[in-house]
Design a protein around this ligand. Sequence first.
Ligand code: PGA
Length: 253
Amino acid sequence: MKKRFVIANWKMYIESPEEAKKFISILKRKAASYEGVDAWIAPPFTILPALKGMKFGGQAVSANTGAYTGEVSADMLKEAGASFVIVGHSERRAHSTGSGQAAGDTNEDVHAQLAAAAGAGLSTVLCVGESERMPDGAHFTKIAEQLSSALDGAQSLASKLVVAYEPVWAIGKTAKDAMQPDEVEETVIFIRKTLADILGRKDALKVPILYGGSVEPENAAKLIADGGVNGFLVGHASADIDSFVEILKACRR
Ligand code: PGA
C-alpha cells in the first residue's frame, strides 16, 4: 500500500467556519506538494457545509433517522458535504476516556453506525483500541472483538474502510506519553491478521491502518518509519496548522 493518510479529528478545537477556512487555505498552500499523503479533515458538524475543496468528514454518525434529538444521520452528513465519517471513537464509546466522558456507544452501536454510513456511500474510519494494556495480552482480545463486531456481515465494505488503532490511554497527552513505535507495530500486525480473518487476506491488505493517540510533530517521523502504520488519526495537534503540516511532512514518501 503506497498511499498514506493523515486524518485530522478537530473535535471541538476549531469552532467557527472562518477559522476553519483560514486553516484549510494555509494547508492547501503549504502541503500541496506532499506526494503520496492524503489529508482528510473531520470538523465539527456545524462547520462541515462551509468547507470545500478537500476530503471532509463527520466525527460521528447516528445509525438512526427520525426522532433522535441531537443526532446526525449518514444521509445528513453526505448532504452537508462529507465523504467519510469516524465511527467508534473512544470518546463516543461506552467507557470513560483519557480526555472526557464517552457518549455510550456499544460495539453493536458502532456496527450499526458503520453499516448506515457505508449504506449512504461514505468511507468509514473505524476506531479500535484498548483502555489499558494488560500484562497477559488480554487487550488484544478486546481489539479483536471491536473489529469483528463492527465488521460482522460488512465484508463488502472493505474497499471504503480505514482502521484507526487508538489506545485510549495514549489519547490527549503529549508525544512522550504516546505509544512507542515497536508496540504500535506489534498491534498493527495483530489488527492486520484479525482483518484477514474477517475480510480475507486480499481485502485486508487494502485497508489502511492508522495510529492515533498523541501524535505530534515530535513523534510522527519515528512512528511512521517504525510503527508499520499507513498514517495517523490526529487530535489536538491537527488543530494547529504548523503542527499538522509538520505531521504531513513526516509522512511524505
Ligand atoms: P490526540 O487525539 O491526538 O489529541 O491524542 C487523538 C484522537 O482522539 O483521535
